[in-house]
Design a protein around this ligand. Structure first.
Ligand SMILES: NC(=O)c1ccc[n+]([C@@H]2O[C@H](COP(=O)([O-])OP(=O)(O)OC[C@H]3O[C@@H](n4cnc5c(N)ncnc54)[C@H](OP(=O)(O)O)[C@@H]3O)[C@@H](O)[C@H]2O)c1
Length: 231
């Protein structure tokens, strides 16, 4: 069954957001691609429609307008724009919204290596988000460890998605969303503070991809079956 509310993918013109928007559109979700430029967002949405078919419920708009029309917001922007964008979007984020943060504070944002992360004062990009969203908005960390190459390729995505939040209800909503991607298992990863570990794992995966020339992801073994949520 489709989620009852539209998903706005902010920065959805980049490979990570585009891949998530594509997968959710393929799953029948209503998706709005967000961008700093409404025309760029519309072009990305048109590309997704071409891939998915005319029935795809996908549109594009400026980031603020996309926020205003949705209450599931996905942040897929580089860390250097993270705080500034959240401050700009604050008036447009509706009470009761869920902000899903896939941002990784890669050192590449400031000219360093993509296989290293920056120290973030709050502990992680997702915890920074929690400080910047309006009251009554829940923050969930997820999708940092699912590479854009896998999302934009055809076929299932051989990855587990760890979902972390201090709001258990929001965490479950995002677990449901993650399992709309074929083969993805969504695991309750605990409190939002664990986002710092998820963000570090991405740097490791990037290093592995460079070293071994692949598209790595993670699978968690050894938990009881109930810990793994599959569609
Ligand atoms: N790529 C991956 O495989 C991958 C995997 C896991 C997590 N992530 C994380 O997901 C996020 C997006 O990754 P990506 O590779 O898609 O990044 P990207 O291509 O560098 O950026 C995504 C989009 O963000 C917007 N943007 C760029 N600079 C911005 C700024 N200063 N302020 C506001 N918006 C800005 C751009 O859209 P507009 O110009 O249209 O506004 C761009 O298309 C990053 O934090 C990354 O670490 C990426």
């Amino acid at each position: 069954m489709s989620a009852p509310r539209p998903i706005a993918v902010l920065g959805g013109t980049g490979p990570e957001g585009f891949g998530l928007a594509l997968r959710w559109a393929q799953a029948g979700e209503t998706v709005i691609v967000g961008s700093r430029d409404a025309k760029r967002a519309q072009d990305a949405a048109d590309k997704i429609k071409q891939k998915v078919g005319a029935s795809a419920k996908i549109s594009g708009n400026g980031n603020s307008a996309a926020c205003a029309d949705a209450d599931l917001l996905v942040l897929t922007i580089p860390f250097e724009g993270h705080a500034a964008l959240l401050k700009q979007l604050k008036p447009a984020i509706r009470a009761g919204s869920i902000v899903i943060d896939a941002t990784v504070p890669l050192a590449a944002s400031v000219g360093g290596r993509a296989s290293r992360t920056l120290g973030v004062w709050q502990g992680s990009a997702a915890q920074e988000t929690a400080e910047l969203v309006p009251k009554g908005v829940s923050v969930v960390a997820a999708f940092q460890n699912v590479g854009a190459d896998l999302l934009n390729a055809d076929g299932p995505v051989d990855c587990d998605v760890m979902v972390c939040s201090d709001d258990p209800a929001a965490l479950q909503v995002v677990r449901d969303l993650a399992t709309k991607i074929p083969s993805v298992r969504a695991i309750d990863g605990g409190k939002l503070e664990n986002a710092r570990i998820l963000e570090q794992i991405t740097a490791l995966l990037i290093g592995l991809n460079i070293r071994h020339k692949g598209h790595s992801g993670i699978r968690i073994t050894g938990l009881p079956a109930a810990a793994y949520k599959l569609e």
